[in-house]
Design a protein around this ligand. Structure first.
Ligand code: HEC
Length: 144
């Protein structure tokens, strides 16, 4: 019986040790990553500026994401939109979009675009907020 309880106790101790390790590691990794989602704004408006600090690195990551999520409709260069869609995709490198603030582009990617009650651009699925900001950085880089 004594053996039994000491086994239970060591199993519990091990459990606590593992839980503590997990918590400490979790904190350490979220603190060491400067652009982790916890530092991104939870509310984005049209005038929100891109919160990522290293925009060159962000744009490089955004290039791959853009190729997967956007170029189909907007073209690799952001200028040559697909004509067969419900609305013509605008040139992302000049005019209205170039004049838009970062937040407006973020919201277009996140929620899509509606015109006259019709979803003319679909919301982008399966991307994190950080990835969306990376694509915003890339759209900005395209316009240069
Ligand atoms: C299925 C096609 C499609 C995909 C995919 C798509 N777009 Fe669009 N996008 C459009 C169309 C069409 C419009 C024009 C909508 C309108 O004017 O009603 C548009 C508009 C926009 C605008 C202007 C929004 C505004 O407020 O006028 C931006 C910025 C934009 N897209 C960026 C992107 C980015 C970045 C991606 C990738 C994450 C993307 N789009 C993916 C079709 C697409």
């Amino acid at each position: 019986m004594k053996m039994f309880w000491s086994k239970i106790r060591s199993a519990l101790m091990l459990g606590w040790a593992l839980l503590c390790c997990w918590l400490v590691l979790g904190f350490a990794t979220s603190c060491s990553n400067p652009t982790s989602s916890s530092t991104l704004p939870s509310v984005v408006t049209e005038s929100t500026k891109n919160p990522l600090t290293d925009l060159t690195t962000a744009a490089a990551a955004g290039k791959t994401l853009y190729a997967v999520n956007c170029s189909l409709c907007h073209g690799d260069d952001g200028k040559s939109g697909d004509d067969s869609l419900l609305a013509k995709p605008p040139d992302l490198t000049s005019g209205k979009v170039a004049a838009d603030a970062d937040g407006a582009i973020f919201l277009a990617i996140k929620n899509g675009v509606k015109k006259d009650g019709k979803q003319t651009m679909p919301p982008t699925r399966k991307v994190s907020d950080e990835e969306i900001w990376q694509m915003v950085a890339y759209v900005r880089a395209l316009a240069k």
